[in-house]
Design a protein around this ligand. Structure first.
Ligand SMILES: [Zn+2]
Length: 177
């Protein structure tokens, strides 16, 4: 198989693992996160690479260049939507590390109070989530895609996996027991 064909196959396989939706919606990586902070990696061009970076590389039609994990010198890929598993190129921005820090500071100031995403759940939901999660067999990693894991809880309650993560780690809804 020539290089071009192999590349085309890899691209096709990549998109088959993405839940592709409308232009303005989040396209979530179906296999779920591979790291505790909610990001996912995939094998790409001979090494582990973040799925949103692979998406941007495909979209821009260029390889992921340097081993320092930058797409190009000084460039990083950011999410407009703050959803680590999103691979929709329309939700991704090509920027610099400086932009990223600036962006995070702005969001940190504005993302408090009633607009917090955790507000989508009810107290009853939170109790159920914690109860279901407690039923998991011992020694199971919390981000594994199995019945009591975070991805299935996220699907069941219709929220992003990061919200489930915060609920389980008592970062949110601390007052609910
Ligand atoms: Zn998104």
């Amino acid at each position: 198989m020539n290089t071009w064909k192999r590349k085309a196959r890899a691209v096709k396989r990549f998109w088959s693992r993405v839940n592709i939706k409308g232009k303005n919606e989040c396209w979530l990586w179906k296999p779920g996160p591979t790291s505790p902070d909610g990001y996912a990696q995939v094998w790409w061009e001979g090494k582990g690479e973040m799925v949103h970076r692979v998406s941007m590389a495909i979209y821009l039609g260029r390889p992921i260049l340097s081993p320092t994990r930058k797409l190009d010198q000084g460039e990083i890929i950011r999410h407009r939507c703050d959803t680590p598993l999103c691979t929709n190129p329309n939700h991704l921005l090509l920027g610099t590390q400086a932009d990223n820090i600036k962006d995070r500071d702005t969001k940190g100031r504005t993302c408090k109070g009633t607009h917090r995403p955790a507000a989508k759940l009810t107290e009853a939901n939170v109790r159920s989530i914690r109860k279901i999660y407690k039923k998991r067999p011992k020694g199971t990693r919390m981000n594994k895609p199995w019945k009591y894991g975070m991805p299935s809880l996220a699907r069941k309650f219709g929220v992003h996996i990061s919200i489930i993560d915060s609920v389980l780690k008592q970062k949110t809804w601390k007052h609910v027991h």
